[in-house]
Design a protein around this ligand. Structure first.
Ligand SMILES: N[C@@H](CCC(=O)N[C@@H](CS)C(=O)NCC(=O)O)C(=O)O
Length: 371
């Protein structure tokens, strides 16, 4: 794995973009990317001002050379803070926690020595160990695994096609950018081995069983919290996964639960229809009322963005230049035609005038001769 925090001169391609951001935070992300969502939840919970730029995964923008130069793995999210570039969601979150420590910035990691620290770290690691891409792509490749996803069928089909086309896309990029050939071919190898797993139904089912075991552990932990919480009697259950304060572990858990719900994997796992894990159901409901959830995970256009926007952008990108060229050609042709018409008219006018003069002279001569 590459260095996660790169503290060096960012290369020339980025120079312009970074310069205007010195002192500020800039996050390259994709709204439907799980790793990006986790980081954005943390940024929002910490109330940090951060400019965001979308890197459209369905349009393969993450594989474009400018982005690969920023993160050679070609993955979102990437955080740029002045001249510091941080890749990997977990490293970004740790960087933010260690860098922004003012009194006005909520802490999401308990202080060293706090009895809650080990618990938060345990759940961060446990939740991060779940291979989200396996069950996300697993549900897209084996739709029967999910019961009620938010992705419409055409979007699922679109993503499936994109997964299938990745192989050809990466090979094409490797041919077109020989200086980055090894990066693209390395990515292709990683992609193929992941795809083999995602395509293997038994493997995806095993991953879902692991997920269930983690959710059971979370349910037990939440049960413990509700017994510790002084407000349980009043129906408050104000504590979070690891203690009284919302933590990085909560951001991981909330993003995971949202992803399961988005994919259609939640109804069998918690809530009234599942009739199991009531603590988890209550926890998710309460989490969904947080501002960060509304800002990051609930934008009504999320599905549209992931499914329709890329197609529209692609069409604009593919046909846009042609349309602009056609428009420009039409304008040029029109201008040329107009100029030609004026010229012809002028010449014609001169010719007409000349012809008229000749005619007058001739007529005059004839008349003179006749007179
Ligand atoms: N380990 C990385 C994983 C990031 C990751 O897998 N990002 C996905 C989106 S959630 C991505 O960019 N996928 C595009 C690709 O791999 O081509 C992290 O935690 O940041």
């Amino acid at each position: 794995m590459m260095d996660e925090v790169v503290e060096e001169e960012v290369d020339e391609v980025m120079e312009e973009e970074v310069e205007e951001e010195v002192g500020g935070l800039l996050l390259y992300h994709w709204s439907q990317s799980f790793a990006s969502q986790k980081v954005r939840l943390v940024i929002c919970e910490k109330r940090l001002a951060c400019e965001e730029r979308e890197v459209c995964l369905p349009l393969n923008e993450h594989n474009e050379p400018w982005f690969m130069r920023l993160n050679p793995a070609g993955e979102v999210p990437v955080l740029v803070h002045g001249k510091v570039v941080v890749c990997q969601a977990d490293a970004i979150v740790t960087y933010l926690e260690e860098t922004f420590t003012g009194d006005a910035v909520p802490r999401l990691l308990p202080e060293a020595g706090s009895p809650y620290l080990a618990r938060v770290q345990h759940y961060r690691e446990l939740l991060d160990s779940l291979p989200v891409d396996t069950y996300t792509h697993g549900c897209i490749l084996h739709p029967h695994l999910a019961s009620h996803g938010s992705l419409p069928a055409f979007a699922t089909a679109h993503i499936r096609n994109q997964i299938i086309n990745t192989d050809a896309e990466l090979k094409k990029l490797a041919r077109e950018h020989p200086e980055m050939r090894d990066l693209y071919l390395g990515k292709l190898r990683r992609f193929k081995s992941k795809l083999l797993e995602q395509d293997d139904l038994a493997h995806v089912e095993r991953v879902l069983e692991d997920l269930d075991r983690v959710l059971d552990q979370v349910e037990t932990e939440l049960e413990q919290r509700s017994q510790e919480s002084p407000d349980t009697e009043a129906g408050g259950e104000l504590w979070w996964l690891c203690g009284p304060a919302y933590s990085l572990a909560d951001a991981c858990l909330v993003a995971t639960l949202h992803r399961l719900s988005f994919l259609g994997l939640s109804r069998r796992r918690w809530g009234p229809s599942a009739q199991r894990r009531p603590r988890l159901a209550a926890y998710y409901e309460r989490s969904a009322r947080r501002e960060a959830f509304a800002r990051v995970l609930r934008p009504a256009d999320n599905v549209l963005r992931s499914a329709l926007m890329p197609a529209a952008l692609k069409a604009a990108r593919r046909h846009g230049p042609r349309l602009i060229l056609r428009g420009a050609a039409a304008l040029l042709a029109g201008a040329a035609a107009a100029a030609l018409a004026v010229l012809v008219a002028r010449v014609a006018r001169r010719r007409l005038a000349a012809a008229a003069v000749v005619a007058v002279v001739v007529v005059g001569n004839v008349a003179g001769r006749a007179g």
